[in-house]
Design a protein around this ligand. Structure first.
Ligand SMILES: [Zn+2]
Length: 151
């Protein structure tokens, strides 16, 4: 479990999720970006990232871009919601970057803002995680701005 404090919230990332990000690191020059959705729970000021979905064949992926297929992601989220007694919800997005020190692209920022607008969020926040080849970017969008740390 890793924790990050952002904007008076504490984000807890489960060990299994950290391990999953590690697996998809773009360590080879031919590796494409990978990604998926983040699933978790929010209790007061604590945000728990419990699961991350893995890439599927409907996603669009290249060396420098990743676009998560929303219909496929919805199926995963419905499954997780049902199997957690309606506790686990969509909490954000993750993907990899082929750079040591990952920072979101303009497209990434636009994507997270669109997701915020588009989804009927139970909690007015979304997490954006980018796994670089070395470090991990963790951002928290509250509908206004993105607070972030690079671990
Ligand atoms: Zn990106």
């Amino acid at each position: 479990m890793r924790s990050v404090n952002l904007n008076n919230k504490t984000i807890f990332i489960s060990e299994s999720v950290i391990e999953l990000f590690e697996i998809f690191k773009q360590n080879n020059t031919k590796d494409n970006e990978s990604g998926g959705v983040l699933i978790g729970q929010v209790k007061a000021d604590n945000i728990y990232i419990l699961k991350a979905s893995t890439p599927n064949k409907f996603d669009k992926s290249s060396r420098y871009s990743f676009e998560c297929d929303k219909d496929a992601a919805q199926i995963v989220m419905d499954f997780e919601f049902y199997n957690s007694n309606n506790k686990s919800i969509y909490i954000g997005e993750w993907h990899t970057h082929p750079e040591n020190h990952p920072t979101p692209s303009r497209k990434d920022i636009k994507m997270i803002k669109n997701q915020f607008k588009k989804n009927k969020l139970n909690e007015p926040l979304l997490i954006l995680i980018i796994q670089g080849t070395e470090r991990l970017y963790v951002g928290l969008y509250d509908g206004n701005k993105i607070a972030f740390k690079i671990l």
